[in-house]
Design a protein around this ligand. Structure first.
Ligand code: GUN
Length: 288
């Protein structure tokens, strides 16, 4: 039976640390302040932003969700974003994705100043990641950062490990691949056009499923030895409407060594990473 690597105990430790850091910042006259721009009422985005706000308030930071109508004009959207980008009382800023179709061509990552870029999507932060940074200087994208935090907590050393990352998104697959390379893993980036995916996943020490397809990875993708580590980044609903990941958890649970659950796994860690990035961003701005 695999060890289930839950986010809760990891999150609890980090929350304690972030609460202390927040209190120290407050004593120095600065309450970390996050603004979240939410366009429309995409149900998962409404839930995610609400959870992010609650987390920030729990650690003692301020968080406001700026809710814009689904059909907001491009001009209003951009000017709202610019207002908060320029506001010196705002320490962290991001736009919840996905955006409605009429705004989806906008590269929002470049419109948030790099020092407020708690999503880690600005070119300056992504370049640092490409250049080998493990989060020393860059604000890292939240989901990849959360995955690394979980692996460290579990005592998994990435050096020399082979990793199959399935999914090539800008939010997860690509930055996580780079980050794992920076930890000296050997990464194969896989996607919908990869041929013989099973051959690659069977030879990997760690499989990261970030595909967006419910229960896509099952035991047919695993080798017999039962020693693989499975990281499930998916948040989907199965045919009964229940929350599930990209991995068929019940099918693989006795065929791998370690697995992150859904819910209560990587999704929670994404919010924890956002909290860490907000505190880091606030410190960068105070030092300026
Ligand atoms: N939507 C899903 N994941 C994310 C994320 O990490 N950042 C933003 N801004 N939107 C998301």
């Amino acid at each position: 039976m695999a060890t289930v690597l839950k986010a809760a105990p990891i999150s609890q430790q980090i929350v304690e640390d972030l609460t202390k850091q927040c209190s120290l910042l407050k004593n120095n006259g600065c309450i970390p302040c996050l603004k979240v721009i939410l366009v429309g009422a995409h149900p998962p985005s409404v839930i995610y932003t609400r959870n992010k706000k609650k987390f920030m308030e729990d650690i003692g930071a301020e968080c406001e969700i700026i809710a814009l109508e689904e059909d907001v004009s491009e001009d209003t959207f951009l000017s709202t974003l610019q207002t908060y980008a320029k506001d010196s009382s705002v320490n962290g800023l991001f736009v919840q994705l996905p955006l409605p179709k009429h705004l989806s061509h906008i590269d929002v990552g470049q419109m948030v100043p790099p020092e407020k870029d708690v999503d880690g999507f600005h070119a300056q932060n992504l370049y640092k990641l490409m250049a080998g940074d493990k989060g020393e200087r860059a604000l890292l994208p939240c989901t990849p950062k959360g995955v690394i935090t979980m692996l460290k907590y579990a005592g998994v050393n990435l050096e020399g490990k082979s990793v199959a990352v399935i999914g090539r998104s800008l939010i997860v697959g690509k930055p996580l691949s780079l980050l794992m390379i920076n930890y000296n893993a050997t990464v194969t980036m896989c996607h919908s056009r990869t041929s013989d995916l099973k051959k690659i996943t069977k030879s990997a020490d760690i499989i990261v499923a970030a595909i967006g397809k419910a229960k896509f990875i099952n035991s047919e993708y695993l080798r017999e030895s039962g020693d693989q580590i499975l990281i499930d980044v998916g948040i989907n609903h199965d045919e009964f409407g229940n929350l599930c990941g990209d991995i068929d958890q019940s099918d693989v649970e006795d065929k791998c060594a370690l697995i992150t659950p859904v819910p209560g796994g990587v999704g929670k860690m994404t919010i924890v990473s956002l909290g860490q990035n907000l505190i880091a961003a606030t410190k960068i701005q105070m030092e300026k």
